[in-house]
Structure formats: C-alpha cells, structure tokens
Design a protein around this ligand. Structure first.
Ligand code: GTP
Ligand code: MG
Length: 196
C-alpha cells in the first residue's frame, strides 16, 4: 500500500462520535504496551500519528485514522494492564466492547501479541471472543527485533498453539524498530478487505 494520506480523525468514546465514512475498518487489539500505536505509525510511515507511550495505558480512547480516504485504522485501548483501577478496566471493556460488538464496517481485527512471550489469558479470551463474533482476524507478532530470526518459528508456533489458531489465520512477525513485516501486514489487510 502506498500511503498518500494518513490523518487522525477523532478520539471517540461513544458510537455517536464514530466517523460515518462507511470505509472498511481495521481495528488493533492487544495488551497494553504491545505496540499497537507504534504499528500505526510504522504502517503509515509517520513518526507520531498515534501516541506511543513508555508507560502502558497510553491509548485510552478509540482513535480513528484515515488512510488514503479508503480505509480506517482504529486504535483501541490496550487491556491487561494491572495498574489501572477496576473502574478503568470496566471502562475499557465498555469502550472496546461497544465498538467491536456494534461496528458494521469493521472488516478485520488485528490482534497484536509480543513475539517473545506466551500469549496471556486475556489474549486467549480476546481471540475466543473474536472467533465467536465471526469477525475476520489476523495476528501480528510484535517486537520481533527483540529476538533472533532463528527463533521466529518457535515463537510463532507457541502463539498459534496457545491461541488455538487455525492455519487460515496469518501470524505475521513485525517490528516497528527494524520496520519488518510492513508489506506483509498491508497485503494481509488488502486481501482480507478486498482492496485492490
Ligand atoms: N523494541 C521494540 N519496541 C517497541 C516496538 N513497538 C513498540 N515498542 C515500544 O513499546 C512501548 C509501547 O508501545 P505502544 O505502541 O505505545 O503500545 P500500545 O500497544 O499502543 O500501548 P497502549 O496504548 O498502552 O495500549 C513503547 O515504548 C514503544 O517504543 C517494536 O517493534 N520493537
Ligand atoms: Mg497505544
């Protein structure tokens, strides 16, 4: 995908604030700090389109990004950050669940998982939820610069096993630091959304 335009549209709390373009949307889900906002910057070749945080919990709202007036990347707040209060956890649930449950033009969910670690119970819950929803899904294994290439297969097999992924679901190694996996993620998005 050649990025001609990448712009922040809105931080939404409730459905009345979601953009009404009707373009297909790609939502990013995953644990806090896994690299969702970084992936948006890397995919669009912009340094700080999405806010990246040293402290987990940087993204608190649902952020919509217009890509080429053609599709929307949707950055959801991360889950599983132990230090947020119960109230905040509930509010994550409400925000993200409402979006994932109700959004008609949500065409693909990208679940991000750190390539170094076994997926958490929260990741398993999320994958089961996505599966039950019937939405299309692909997995991006982030921070691939932190391990050697020789370890990719073993880690990806672990992610596949713990998340019980079937062979039709891609798992793409990705690094925002080394900028690896960009073409693979875009071609997965384009083929699943049927973009030319
Ligand atoms: N080494 C390495 N670090 C990364 C990579 N991607 C993100 N990071 C770092 O991981 C931290 C979290 O990145 P974010 O992109 O803010 O993560 P997030 O998933 O959006 O986090 P929340 O908004 O809290 O849910 C930052 O310090 C990033 O610089 C990567 O590919 N490699
Ligand atoms: Mg973020």
């Amino acid at each position: 995908m050649i990025i001609k335009k990448a712009e922040f549209i809105i931080s939404a709390v409730e459905p009345s604030q979601y953009p009404e373009t009707g373009w297909p949307e790609v939502a990013l889900v995953g644990r806090s700090n896994v690299g969702k906002s970084s992936l948006i910057n890397t995919l669009t070749n912009r340094k700080s389109l999405a806010k990246v945080g040293a402290t987990p919990g940087k993204t608190r709202l649902i952020n919509f990004f217009n890509i080429n007036d053609k599709l929307m990347l949707v950055d959801l707040p991360g889950y599983g950050y132990a230090k947020v209060s119960k109230e905040e956890k509930k509010s994550w649930g409400a925000l993200a669940e409402t979006y994932l449950n109700t959004r008609d033009n949500l065409g693909l969910i990208l679940l991000l998982a750190d390539i170094r670690h076994e997926p958490t119970d929260d990741d398993v819950t999320m994958v089961n939820y996505i599966r039950a929803s019937g939405r299309k899904m692909a997995v991006v294994a982030t921070k691939a610069d932190k391990i050697g290439r020789g370890e990719y297969n073993k880690q990806i097999a672990l992610i596949r096993k713990v998340l019980s992924l079937t062979d039709d679901i891609p798992v793409i190694p990705f690094s925002s630091v080394k900028r690896t996996g960009i073409d693979e993620v875009w071609s997965t998005i384009e083929s699943i959304l049927n973009l030319e």
